[in-house]
Ligand binder design. Structure first.
Ligand SMILES: Cc1ncc(C[n+]2csc(CCOP(=O)(O)OP(=O)(O)O)c2C)c(N)n1
Length: 646
């Protein structure tokens, strides 16, 4: 499509050539561009539609990349990508070898910090601000590397949503911001939503703050009336604002609130979709010394009715038809249920039978399908906000008082709660069931979101019991079995659809600490855990048809902790070569556990460990990434054939 403005904006310098009056048109084009692009190449739509005016205003007022914009999560930064030289590649966003799903300094000098996990922006931006102000040497060496002239009067801005603001880390950052000398600007983008609607004290507080600001509201009413009557051109608008002294009020009056209480200047709340107003406010406040918060009110999905009307679904809607707003659903011939649906249905079923069961989710009820139980038993589900550490310790408290929490956290986000698991749960051997969603490769969300570390980080924790299902039936059985155990139990399962059962045996009951032999063989033993057992079973089947094929025994270990020692003794005695495979880091996971066990028990097989070597894995479709890692059927076949050739 021919865009009058954005086709000529290749960097913020081009944007700055425009007059403020042209900025609304730029916003309109960006909105159209993003909607069109995401209809074909899916991504985070609603959040990015909500920040377009803010993005344009920030790049118009600040001097990026010398001034630093630190986006929280980075899922709302699509307009930022487009304005900073990535428009031509935006159709590759989130794709294999394409643009990063979130902001990423390795991709662009305009991306000041890594993003993907919520609530880090204030801390990171404060660090940048303090370093840039106090250690010019550090600054100059950073600049030397990026070949940029050294900024004299830099500005650092953290842009954080009200959802991300529910994370404890954000408050740790604010607390520090109020203590140390700095000029940080925090823009609080308040749309009353995370992925799902936000609840809780902070959200209510922000709503109250917004509604109590009647003075500002009055200004808007007045302005809107004037606009309706066609009384507002830029000159009149300025006069209006000046005459009514509102801007002055905004700058002079410091209402008492949580931010001012922390000694951080507070501006707002203000309309986050009035780009000209934002430019004016940002220009004013950017030179204020000391830390400050600008509170803007936006609408998630702004400007695209389907997204405005169902913000949760349109957070990341997949492909869609722009005109009708119909989402394009995958019409597979036989659609297997999602792992998430299996989890959600089973949890509800169990909770109906055991009134001690409660569900805990840190802001992902739809994503993990705890919404199924939430609908029927709302009092027994706790969406605690984007607060994984709290979710774990809160679960520990519930367990200590006799409840049975099923705490569902994505593998990657559980990293945020490591000490809570160790100190608050495991040390007291509390019966918390961790349902670890999105384990393994997650696909287009990339390096910040893959769940590759959990097996390795959970295994050393005393009292922790860890299992992984290969089939939907296994997941149900493991959830059921976990109810009868004691102490912490972790059940990890992937994103996406459960496998067709072509390669499964009749679903056998899951027993504690017991694996299952899927097929017997004489020459080598293959040990897998979790869903990678399925492509491995296919690979073994395929290899077995090769001429001079070796005979392979395949064990699905099911449990990483405790390990099935009966299987391990059998394998240690019978086989000289053992292959382990897991969809996680090789260091510390199943392969490591098997090697250690064999060494400890006097067996000396050759153990070949398949999994993810010491690297962060990029983004792309799950299929492409497993292929790249040689952990799909073809890759596993190749590895088995190599073993056979030796
Ligand atoms: C630590 C962490 N937990 C969970 C998520 C998943 N997540 C991505 S965006 C999002 C909602 C963010 O809400 P908000 O900051 O208000 O931004 P909005 O999408 O509303 O613009 C969540 C929960 C995450 N990225 N990081």
């Amino acid at each position: 499509m021919e865009y009058q403005y954005i086709n000529h904006i290749n960097s913020p310098a081009d944007l700055k050539k425009l007059s403020p009056n042209e900025l609304p048109a730029v916003c309109g084009e960006l909105r159209q561009f993003i909607i069109e692009a995401l209809s074909k190449n899916p991504g985070h739509l609603a959040s990015s539609l909500g920040t377009i005016e803010l993005t344009v205003a920030l790049h118009y007022v600040f001097n990026t990349p010398e001034d630093k914009l630190v986006w929280d999560v980075g899922h709302q930064a699509y307009a930022h990508k487009i304005l900073t030289g990535r428009r031509d590649r935006f159709h590759t966003n989130r794709q294999f070898k394409g643009l990063s799903p979130f902001t990423n300094p390795a991709e662009s000098e305009y991306d000041a910090f890594i993003a993907g996990h919520a609530s880090n922006s204030i801390s990171a931006a404060l660090g940048l601000d303090i370093a840039l102000s106090h250690w010019p040497l550090a600054v100059s060496s950073e600049k030397a590397n990026s070949q940029q002239p050294m900024a004299k009067n830099h500005n650092v801005v953290a842009i954080i949503g009200d959802g991300a603001m529910t994370g404890g880390l954000a408050f740790e950052g604010l607390n520090n911001t109020s203590m140390d000398k700095n000029n940080l600007l925090v823009v609080l983008n308040d749309n009353h939503m995370a992925i799902d609607p936000l609840k809780g004290g902070i959200t209510q507080y922000l709503v109250d703050l917004t509604t109590s600001e009647t003075y500002n509201k009055w200004r808007w009413n007045l302005y809107q009336l004037a606009a309706k009557l066609n009384l507002v051109d830029e000159r009149k608008r300025q006069a209006l604002l000046r005459r009514n002294n509102n801007l002055k009020a905004m700058f002079s009056r410091q209402p008492s609130n949580i931010f001012t209480g922390l000694n951080i200047r507070y501006f707002g709340p203000t309309d986050g979709h009035d780009v000209i107003g934002l430019v004016r406010i940002l220009s004013e406040i950017k030179n204020h010394r000391g830390p400050k918060v600008l509170h803007i009110i936006t609408k998630k999905g702004k400007g695209y009715a389907p997204a405005e009307n169902d913000q949760t679904v349109w957070h990341a809607p997949g492909e869609f038809d722009v005109a009708s707003g119909e989402r394009i659903q995958n019409s597979d011939v036989r659609i297997q249920p999602l792992w998430q649906e299996v989890f959600g249905e089973k949890l509800l079923e169990m909770a109906k039978q055991n009134e001690k069961i409660v569900g805990i989710t840190p802001a992902m009820p739809s994503g993990c399908s705890m919404s199924i139980m939430q609908k029927e038993l709302p009092d027994r589900v706790f969406d605690v906000g984007i607060a994984e550490g709290h979710a774990v310790t809160f679960s520990a408290g519930l367990a200590k008082a006799g409840m049975l929490p099923y705490c569902n956290i994505y593998s990657t986000f559980l990293q945020r709660a490591y000490d809570n698991i160790v100190h608050d749960v495991a040390l007291q051997n509390l019966h918390v069931v961790f349902c670890i969603d999105r384990a393994g490769i997650v696909g287009n969300d990339g390096a910040t979101h893959h769940g590759l570390l959990d097996l390795a980080y959970l295994r050393p924790i005393p009292n922790m019991q860890i299992c992984a299902p290969r089939t939907a039936e296994d997941l149900q059985a493991m959830m059921q079995l976990a109810e009868t155990l004691d102490g912490p139990v972790a059940i990890r399962y992937p994103r996406g659809r459960t496998p067709m059962d072509a390669f499964s045996l009749q679903p056998s009951a899951v027993s504690y600490g017991k694996g299952v032999k899927l097929c017997d063989g004489k020459d080598i033993a293959v040990l897998t855990i979790g869903s990678i057992g399925n492509p491995m079973a296919e690979a073994i089947e395929s290899v077995s048809h090769q001429p001079s094929a070796i005979s392979i025994a395949h064990y699905d270990m099911r449990w990483l902790k405790p390990l099935d020692e009966e299987i391990l003794h059998e394998v240690g005695k019978r086989f000289k070569t053992i292959v382990t495979a897991e969809d996680g880091m090789i260091a510390g996971g199943l392969g490591s556990a098997v090697l250690e066990w064999m060494a400890d028990h006097g067996y000396t097989p050759h153990v070949i460990r398949l999994g993810v070597k010491d690297q962060f894995v990029e983004h792309g479709s799950t299929k492409e990434l497993y292929h790249m890692l040689k952990l799909d059927k073809e890759g596993l076949c190749e590895s088995l054939l190599q073993v056979q050739a030796k």
